[in-house]
Ligand binder design. Sequence first.
Ligand code: MLC
Length: 519
Amino acid sequence: MSFLNTFNENVRKYPDKVALEFIDPPLQRVTYAELDELVNHTEGYLQGLGLQPADRVALQLSKCLEFILLHLAAIRLGCIILPLNLAYPPDELKYFLEDSGAKLFFALESSKEKIQSILPKLPDLQKCVFINPAEPDEFQLLITDYQLHSGFDTSLKEHSGLLNHQSPISNPSDTAIIIYTSGTTGRPKGAEITHGNLKSNLDALHTAWGWRPDDILLHVLPIFHVHGLFVALHGALNAGATTLLMREFDARKTLQTLVDRRCTVFMAVPTIHNRLLDVPDAKNFDLSHLRLITSGSDRLPDEVFTGFQQTFGHTLLERYGMTETGMNCSNPLHGERRIGSVGMPLPGVEVRIVNSETEEILLDGEIGDVQLRGPNVFKGYWRQPDKTSASFSADGWFKTGDLGFREKDGYITLCGRSKDLIISGGLNIYPPEVERVLMEHPAVNACAVIGCLDKEWGEKVTAVVVLNQDESVSGEELIRFCRERLAAYKSPKSIVFRNDLPRNAMGKIQKAELRKEVC
Ligand code: MLC
């Protein structure tokens, strides 16, 4: 069973209900029946391009209807979608396309010049299609014209009922999506998320959060991550609800829309919640009709939790998830939403807290490694069996890399990370990736990248750099150097120069020490 089966049922149940509405230009609104028809056309178009089940289709697009159509159509065909952050520069992009062996790549017309040079270097890539979401009619033409250039006859398919949801619906263990995540060693790895993972997690969240067909979700997140794609967009489509999509987050417009459009559900990361609180007349926006406001992707600071209660009279519902597992824990819809806690495991998800060295299970209240098991846990890293097995315990539990403890009544609290990881504005950044780039600069002798606590971003990427003797380079130059090679959000926001770095007897840089000194 795929989540698309539920979507198909919703098409039958609520054909005339608005499924998606883009609330900023180009304004677009589609009902469930229209969305289904557009997905069907897109499916035919993709088939016309020769796509086969399990082929990889990469999308590096802005938040637009075209993205959603390609995403749903390719998944319905049994292909594997690769959603890519728009911030990836050509170097990083080339790696993702190459590693995944993507056969088709959809990119923005506006990035054509920047990325064109990498395309001939990709042996598996058969076609790159550039899209301009500011001109939605162009895409409509492309997908409705496919019969002409592909010989694929929709009328036949329609006639035989094939268009109506008879497309290959995949097995639960088939990979539906690959999302790249960085790690403490080596290049980023593609987490393979299956149809079964998506469906089980959607079902768990549907129950836990009481999704309803009359819900109206305001969607302000990017759609190339787990949060915006699986939890928010899939969640609403799975429920037969209406999603209002804001193409780029704007704090005041968010508050205004929540009020004007009588939204019932809103999901965001702490940086976004914090920006809502910073809107000067935030208190004047009456959000009392919202039934659910969630927070995730990063630790929710206590000030934001209480700030929301004081300003909007809402208790944020914090939940815990990650790319490899989807959602793991959630505070309850009804019952205590505990400050500082990520709540309890979702239905079907098991959490255990173990000693880092011995993997012995710890008692309530004791801090240890958080490990998970359940139908939400991903299949493995794409073509990386060693990294896959290293991320599981001997008895098959996924090692999250988070540290935490369980309270007597079952609530889980996270309190740090065993992995070297920075979370900034809800995005994960692995310091070794940034350090590797800095070390490529001829003036850099040694460096350490750390996250300093920051009100705006949660953590701010900070690089501590030791230069080679007789070399000089400014912090701005080093930041520019990183931004040419890495997504801007991963690049350091500040550089601190030092004569040396604190190291232990083994020569390992002591980052905890550095954080105390520098942050
Ligand atoms: C943008 N910038 C960031 C950043 N986002 N820097 C650090 N961390 C970030 N997260 C930088 C840009 O490079 C740019 O730099 C400047 O900030 C402004 O860019 P912008 O695009 O205008 O930013 P803005 O629109 O303000 O974006 C901020 C944001 C966005 C908070 C709205 O980051 C965001 O949508 N975050 C959510 C990410 C998310 O969905 N995470 C879920 C992952 S899934 P300059 O110098 O060029 O101006 C996951 C699993 C789970 O973690 O459990 O959910």
